[in-house]
Design a protein. Structure first.
Length: 230
């Protein structure tokens, strides 16, 4: 299998793999992580501080997203969002939604369910005495969350958030089903075009492994550095 291994094929593909594919993958990962953490924080606060009805709705959303295969959710959003947009805007035909926009929306909403559980666990780990002390100082609930609770939560849960981001980075390869030019998608197209499946798929696997391994090591180091001693 490796007797005809062509390193030149990998070398010639590098500009396309990284300037096009990896840039797409990292952009999608960064934007989906930022949106997922922001929405996840809102969901966590609503689940903890909202009424029973709001808490039940949020819990249902989180459990639904966490129980569905991501690939199925990608298909759902890609095919259903144009029709939802048509219904919301009252348009005569389905709204055109690009593949990147659909993928970004899918990953943001899907990962928000996981980020919300991480943040909710972080909030619940903060001693109740801190909220009581903030209330005694005259801070409102919103101010307590903003200035006292959430800064500690993000510091404590940063390694876990980074670990979930690594999972998101790996999951972005699923956008190949939408024919998007992510890193794996570009590698696959070049491999199919040139008939060099072994070279391109092996190189793609090594790149994913290297990035994920380095990020995992960084998360482990952060675990010891950002821990709050109580």
């Amino acid at each position: 299998m490796f007797s005809n291994f062509d390193f030149g094929e990998i070398w010639r593909a590098l500009p396309f793999l990284f300037l096009d594919g990896m840039r797409f993958t990292l952009t999608l990962t960064f934007l989906a992580t930022a949106g997922g953490i922001l929405l996840g924080t809102v969901l966590a606060l609503l689940r903890l501080s909202g009424g029973r009805a709001v808490s039940a709705i949020v819990a249902g959303y989180v459990n639904l997203m966490r129980s569905l295969p991501l690939l199925l959710v990608i298909f759902w959003f890609y095919f259903l969002v144009p029709y939802v947009g048509q219904w919301v805007m009252g348009a005569p035909r389905p709204i055109k939604v690009g593949g990147f926009t659909s993928a970004l929306l899918t990953f943001t909403l899907f990962e928000a369910a996981y980020f919300s559980e991480i943040i909710r666990g972080g909030i619940q780990s903060i001693p109740n005495g801190q909220a009581a002390a903030a209330a005694a100082l005259g801070l409102t609930h919103a101010q307590t969350m903003r200035y006292v609770i959430l800064p500690q939560v993000f510091r404590t849960m940063l390694p876990v958030l980074l670990t979930q981001t690594i999972v998101l980075f790996q999951d972005t390869s699923l956008v190949y089903v939408l024919s998007l030019d992510d890193f794996l998608g570009v590698a696959s197209k070049i491999a199919q075009r040139d008939g060099r499946l072994v070279e391109l798929y092996l190189f793609a696997a090594l790149v994913y492994f290297a990035i994920s391994f380095c990020a995992s090591q960084a998360a482990r180091r952060l675990q010891s550095r950002v821990a709050i001693v109580r």
